[in-house]
Design a binder for this molecule. Sequence first.
Ligand code: PEP
Length: 245
Amino acid sequence: MRRKLVAGNWKMNGSRAALAELDAIAAAAAAAPDVDVEIAVPFTLIAAAADRAPALAIGAEDVHEADSGAHTGCVSAGMVKEAGACFTIVGHSERRADQHETSHDAWAKAAAARRQGLRVILCCGETEAERDADRAERVVQAQIEKSVPDNADGSWFTLAYEPRWAIGTGRTPTLDEIAAIHAIARAKLRMLIGDAAAGVRILYGGSVTGANAAAILATANVDGALVGGASLTADKFVPIIEAAA
Ligand code: PEP
């Protein structure tokens, strides 16, 4: 039985003052013991977030694929762990688009995170043009094939299906479309990692809100949500946690 996971992603938002939002989020997480609640914050806020909300899992939004070295401006998995992170997102579509990251990069970052004992949320998802061309399933399968480490299992690895065109747009796929991609993602994981696939959580991400969360979370093979905009404030994030409970 996979526990539901509701993960937030603050992206390049937030400040020390915004960490006050974590108080109500932590209270909602404590009131929902069957739901795992995690929040990825900018590097600069990891330590303060972990101090303020020790009961919440605080994570990074990205890490470098190397453990250390001459990579000016980059941050390693070991560094975010020392700051207080217990997981990281890798392969987010905004990094794929803005920093030209590939599925191979996501694989290397997931492996680096694992080496340092971090849990990983690895993102995949098609563009609108790919969906319109009826290529969504093939694109997601190829991303999974290239990015999921051989040793992935549910103890440290989570997959997030995030159609790029649904991120921050207020648009979502239909529940049938979500179920279809999650089913092919699960089947692909089974091909790659065998029985361990049954324990890997697959999150849906893209314009999840308190209004649509219950229906999305009740969809087959949806084990939780990765939430961007609605994770920034407790009034929007707490209803999603409650919907998962
Ligand atoms: C995300 O960036 O991972 C995301 C799902 O964003 P939003 O919820 O704002 O669509």
